[in-house]
Design a protein around this ligand. Structure first.
Ligand code: NAD
Ligand code: SER
Length: 317
């Protein structure tokens, strides 16, 4: 087992819930400290209440546990962010500054901070979107992620802060609920298919977006964090590709397991957010620099999601 002490900030969320489990397997339960602004639904230990806007409390926790690495997952996502743009900007930026400053002051050795496909905007090429391209995001979430990327690279270049980042696509998993993004429909749809055999989608049928199954996203995150520093040549954030599909295609994949499943469409304000994002991602750099390759396609993901969700519903009843 490798000796690191890790602090996850925002550990109750969609990614944190699953990432904590994986990191505990690698580093040991006692060496992965979970933290969030609120208590978790299921008890985890060690756990600390932390509002990441409170820099003093974060420093206290870093020193208390001799933390070596921070995974900063607290953020306001795309859909929620549009409802409160000023607060989304403050949370998404101040949280990053607090953690980057702790690394600059050598309290910690390594930082993980996720970016998003939301850094791209309507003027970005939509197909096979390259690592380096036009980036004019028009959501507050995307603007904060793009600014965050620039600051990560700046702290690396100016202060040698070892910060690593991935532009996640929309993430889909069965163990945890999504937290207010535009891609959340691709998780809700599986739950509704099992519970009600129908789903009213808030994006229209042809809205293709880049997505990824959670086991792939967790592997990418841990592989990047464990890569030798000289292989991490991009210190803003890496494109990674998983699978691209639209609501009609995910519905068709569900129908192979639940033939009576139906989908209807009632698009809302999230449609324009989705329309501003790429449809597919080129991840050549991540592949060449640290060997990234996705494993799950749509059919494999649907099979795994429905099998595991079904089992978890049966065990709860
Ligand atoms: P989430 O909303 O599910 O979880 C965020 C967690 O942060 C929540 O548990 C929340 O309670 C906590 N939090 C909020 N404010 C806090 C504060 N002030 N102090 C401490 N904790 C606070 O989000 P997620 O989906 O797990 O995303 C984690 C990161 O990954 C975010 O930066 C997000 O932008 C990024 N990301 C996620 C996706 C995705 O599809 N889930 C895609 C791209 C990027
Ligand atoms: N899944 C995220 C969202 O929709 C993408 O960053 O906000």
């Amino acid at each position: 087992m490798q000796k690191e002490t890790i602090l996850i900030i925002g550990s109750n969320g969609q990614i944190g819930t699953e990432l904590a489990e994986e990191l505990k397997k690698i580093y040991g339960t006692e060496n992965v400290i979970c933290s969030d602004i609120k208590e978790p639904k299921n008890q985890v230990a060690p756990f600390e209440i932390l509002d990441i806007m409170d820099k003093n409390r974060m420093y206290f926790i870093l020193k208390k546990y001799n933390v070596t690495q921070v995974y900063l997952l607290a953020a306001m996502l795309s859909a929620t962010g549009e409802k409160n743009p000023k607060f989304a900007w403050e949370l998404n930026m101040q949280s990053l500054f607090n953690v980057l400053d702790a690394a600059k002051e050598k309290l910690i050795n390594k930082v993980y901070w996720p970016s998003s496909i939301a850094v791209f905007g309507p003027s970005t090429p939509k197909q096979n979107t390259p690592q380096y391209t036009i980036m004019e995001p028009n959501t507050i979430y995307g603007i904060s992620k793009q600014a965050g990327e620039r600051f990560c690279e700046y702290y690396f270049q100016k202060y040698r802060v070892d910060v690593r980042s991935i532009r996640y696509p929309g993430l889909i998993g069965w163990k945890s609920a999504p937290g207010g993004g535009t891609t959340d429909y691709a998780v809700h749809i599986y739950h509704e298919a099992l519970k009600n055999k129908s789903y009213a989608c808030f994006l229209n049928a042809e809205t293709t977006l880049p997505m990824m199954y959670m086991p792939d996203a967790l592997r990418a995150t841990i592989d990047l964090m464990q890569a030798d520093a000289d292989k991490v040549k991009i210190r803003s954030s890496y494109n990674i590709a998983g699978v691209s599909f639209n609501p009609e295609e995910i519905a068709a994949s569900i129908r192979k397991h639940i033939p009576e499943f139906t989908i209807s469409y009632q698009s809302d304000f999230r449609q324009s957010i989705a329309d501003s994002w790429p449809q597919s991602i080129n991840d050549n750099e991540a592949n060449e620099h640290w060997g990234w390759k996705a494993e799950f396609d749509l059919e494999k993901m649907t099979d795994d999601m429905l099998t595991n969700l079904n089992a978890s519903y049966i065990s709860k009843n």
